[in-house]
Design a protein around this ligand. Structure first.
Ligand code: NI
Length: 168
């Protein structure tokens, strides 16, 4: 296991469309997932996409601590391989986002409130569930999209140390 180097905005690996994972059961994929977990925890962050560690494959991980969710339930460590998002409700909701590829910065991004995620796990089994913001953020990385490219108003984009903290 290892902490990997994280690419920052401007690096070409973050701008391309990532390739599907051929075999989720490949030991190399499992090792990559474990390295991504180490890297995310070391940062620390709540999500990470493979292109952010210079691997242009369609794989993301995330883990949301209880205190970071509105209902206090959090979300356990999840690996999504070849994820696909279906928007169930076009109604959007604004929320503050940050990204390990834009260290020190945050911005407000409007995203659909309700989505369905279909993906494979590390055993190659398909699964499906409903979740929102962090998954959309991470899956955007697989298509070369960083959150500032989703922002309607760059007036809410800036260095976290300079910004008024959002009220919770
Ligand atoms: Ni990100």
């Amino acid at each position: 296991m290892a902490v990997l180097k994280i690419a920052r905005m401007g690096h070409p690996v973050l701008m391309g469309v990532a390739s599907p994972v051929d075999d989720p059961k490949d030991p190399e994929i499992r090792r990559l997932a474990l390295d991504m977990v180490d890297t995310m925890n070391d940062a620390p962050g709540i999500g990470l996409a493979a292109p952010q560690v210079h691997v242009p494959l369609r794989m993301v991980i995330y883990m949301v601590p209880e205190e970071r969710t509105e209902d206090g339930t959090g979300h356990p460590l999840t690996v999504l391989i070849n994820p696909e998002i279906t928007i169930l409700d076009e109604t959007t909701e604004a929320g503050i986002e940050g990204c390990l590829s834009l260290p020190g910065m945050i911005g407000s991004v409007a995203r659909p409130r309700h989505i369905r995620v279909s993906a494979l796990d590390l055993d190659g089994n398909p699964f499906e569930y409903y979740h929102a913001r962090v998954v959309q953020h991470e899956c955007d990385h697989l298509d070369g999209v960083l959150y500032p490219m989703r922002m309607d108003d760059l007036g809410s984009f800036g260095y976290v140390e300079e910004m008024t903290k959002p009220t919770e």
